[in-house]
Design a protein around this ligand. Sequence first.
Ligand SMILES: NC(=O)c1ccc[n+]([C@@H]2O[C@H](COP(=O)([O-])OP(=O)(O)OC[C@H]3O[C@@H](n4cnc5c(N)ncnc54)[C@H](O)[C@@H]3O)[C@@H](O)[C@H]2O)c1
Ligand SMILES: [Zn+2]
Length: 335
Amino acid sequence: MKKSIRFSNSKVDYFFDENIRSLSKIADKKNTILITDENVFRLHEQKISSWKNVVISPGESNKVQATADGVISQLIEMGADRSTTLVGVGGGVITDLTGYVASVYMRGIPFGFIPTSLLAMVDASIGGKNGIDVGLYKNMVGCIRQPSFIIFDASFLKTLPDAEWRNGFAEIIKHASIMDASMFRKLENNDLSFYKQQKSDLSELIRRNVLLKSNVVQKDEFEKGDRKLLNFGHTLGHALENQYRLSHGEAISIGMVRASFLSQKMTRFDEAERVKMLLEKYGLPVHMDFDRDKMIDVLKMDKKKTKDAVNFILLDSIGKAVIQPIPIKQLHRNI
Ligand SMILES: NC(=O)c1ccc[n+]([C@@H]2O[C@H](COP(=O)([O-])OP(=O)(O)OC[C@H]3O[C@@H](n4cnc5c(N)ncnc54)[C@H](O)[C@@H]3O)[C@@H](O)[C@H]2O)c1
Ligand SMILES: [Zn+2]
């Protein structure tokens, strides 16, 4: 099913419930180069190898300028020019890096995505934020530029490790918590193994999350207001991820639980326990003893900080989030 979404200065075609084979209908084989990582290439070689491709090492540590330089050298060798389309086939590392390289190569060439992790399908591939990490600073360099198309092919998920399924569900539960109470209830009534087995429910869940995030981005592509709500659980989550060995999903899960309990103190919210139970149901951690002072030091450096307050995303009810600046002094007592 095709659905076109308009952003401020571009249009993105989403192909839901599709197969990577349909890429040949959208892109011309001669002028298309797939960018993927070694894991995805090894597990899905037959889907990828008939296309020109560039394969990079997997993992967040490779989402850096040196990798972008390597890809650019290969593109030059392969004779890529302004008529070339780059297609990122992989998780969020690949989609972020592909969008970034495509945005700077020859001052910008077209690109598309075939996200292969649940997280990339429901989150990273949507919204046009591309970029790389610099040292400890995640996504420090990059731009906002939309892909021309995204093909959703859930058959890739057959090989996705369990830990990556849980990471994807952390973002899905985030979307439900901040903007979709009925999806929250549906998630409460099911579990991970249900979605792994029920293809049509999984496709419907992916589509709903894609459209929820797209809707927020459409209203606020350049993050002046509502797009910030997508940072629910991320303020503390990023600080935890930075200091401890946690996956992104684990870190934001703990962050969402803390933000939910903080909401109970600051807004009329009274269902933090429900958020915690849902995350637990999907195999995510909900508590951690962390060094509070160290965390507050990291929060003080956060990009989302204004003067002496940190902008926290809180819940007003399940399905509705609000942004609230919280003075650093107050944080000492509350997180
Ligand atoms: N641009 C955005 O708006 C946005 C939003 C959220 C996250 N992100 C970025 O996304 C990244 C995280 O995404 P991710 O979790 O997909 O990371 P990832 O790309 O590192 O993928 C996670 C792991 O799963 C593997 N993998 C991917 N698809 C697979 C499959 N089908 N079968 C088996 N293994 C597979 C990868 O090789 C990797 O080892 C981070 O860099 C984050 O900053 C970007
Ligand atoms: Zn996230």
